[in-house]
Design a binder for this molecule. Structure first.
Ligand code: SAH
Length: 351
């Protein structure tokens, strides 16, 4: 595989441009073109000779939109294809204030959560920073007429969630590089405050993230109130206990001043009886956190059932009554295989 220019920071692009014997201002044209989602070949301000030199070593189009689905509620789902043929998916959710894109950080995943489709075939490979960024660049370019915001912050994609396939903290260095590049002034310039990183709770990496000086929204997939229940659906629970996760969250708050979030997927007969609601209140009461309850997207390969709506609202009511800040996440894009890894799994099955 060729290298990927979108892996590079602005400073690195400058170095490259100079090393290839071009004037420094070409770096701005190149970086701007890439940020606009153009292929190298498609950046008209650069000379043909320079582009040919770049193309000898660098991928022209690191990611292609292979398939696109539009949900009745406006949500879009993408199947992206990389140069080596690997596929990941992404979702674009449209809100009044702008568009939120859900990106993937790995092809597949090795965390093995029982309810998740991304993990069905294990981890295939990590994505590089540029491969993650390109998911946003191509979708942003596709919707450029919908740009919100002013000046350099005028772009369609205003918010990013790292909640697609993969465990972001299992691909730490590339994810961090991606975060630095996507928040960079010269690039898409998406504020870290508008980015949420979701992890299944890899504790040492949570501490590392807290020390990076990035005011991200940290979201932890909790899905249970005790380690034994958690380990039944999430193998990672055998390595890191809930108590350790909560300590790491507190450290995150101390370092960043940002409140943190928990995701709690409601799985019938598993984690959402009254006793679980009370245990969740006991566990989290008084902490600077918010709980997002998620309806299980049933994955056909897994024998887990979603909780009915009425019970889901009752569970939410118990949390609120107990003093927690909590919401039941609206379910969007269900008609287009909205759950992590579902689309890729369906595609692989189809061909
Ligand atoms: N690896 C990260 C990102 C995963 S996806 C993590 O574990 O947090 C984002 C969220 O969707 C996680 O909370 C994950 O547990 C949840 N999820 C995965 N599959 C799901 C499904 N089928 N239904 C509902 N939520 C699911």
């Amino acid at each position: 595989m060729k290298k990927i220019l979108q892996d590079l920071s602005y400073a690195e692009i400058e170095e490259l441009v100079l090393a290839l014997g071009e004037k420094k201002f070409r770096a701005k044209q190149l970086y701007e073109g890439l940020t606009q989602g153009k292929t190298i070949g498609g950046i008209t301000s650069l000379s043909k000779a320079f582009k040919e030199k770049l193309l000898e070593e660098y991928e022209d189009e690191p990611v292609k939109i292979k398939e696109k689905y539009l949900s009745a509620d406006g949500t879009e789902k993408f199947l992206f294809e990389y140069a080596d043929g690997n596929l990941v998916e992404g979702v674009l959710m449209k809100y009044k204030y702008g568009y939120t894109q859900c990106v993937s950080t790995q092809v597949g995943c090795r965390m093995g959560c029982k309810f998740c489709a991304s993990t069905l075939g294990g981890l295939i490979r990590n994505l590089t920073a540029g491969e993650i960024l390109c998911q946003i660049l191509v979708v942003n370019a596709l919707h450029k007429e919908d740009a919100a915001g002013q000046g350099k912050e005028a772009r369609a994609v205003t918010n990013v969630v790292l909640m697609g396939s993969g465990e972001p903290l299992d691909n730490y260095d590339e994810v961090l590089r991606f975060l630095r590049n996507v928040t960079a002034e010269e690039g898409l310039c998406i504020s870290a405050r508008n980015i949420s990183l979701s992890t299944c709770g890899i504790v040492p990496k949570m501490y590392r993230l807290a020390d990076e000086g990035l005011p991200l929204n940290l979201t932890v997939s909790l899905h249970a109130t005790d380690d034994e229940t958690r380990a039944r659906t999430m193998p990672v629970a055998k390595a890191y206990k809930i108590a350790e996760i909560l300590k790491a969250c507190d450290y995150y708050f101390q370092k960043t001043g940002r409140r943190y979030y928990f995701e709690y997927t409601l799985i019938e007969g598993e984690n959402c009886d009254e006793q679980h609601a009370l245990a969740l209140v006991k566990l989290l009461k008084g902490k600077p956190c918010h709980v997002n309850l998620i309806r299980l997207n049933e994955v056909k390969e897994r024998d887990l059932k979603a909780l009915d709506d009425k019970s889901a609202y009752r569970f939410l009511g118990k949390l609120e009554k107990g003093g927690l800040s909590a919401t039941l996440r609206r379910q969007i894009g269900v008609d287009i295989g909205g759950a992590c890894g579902q689309l890729r799994a369906q595609y692989i099955e189809r061909v």
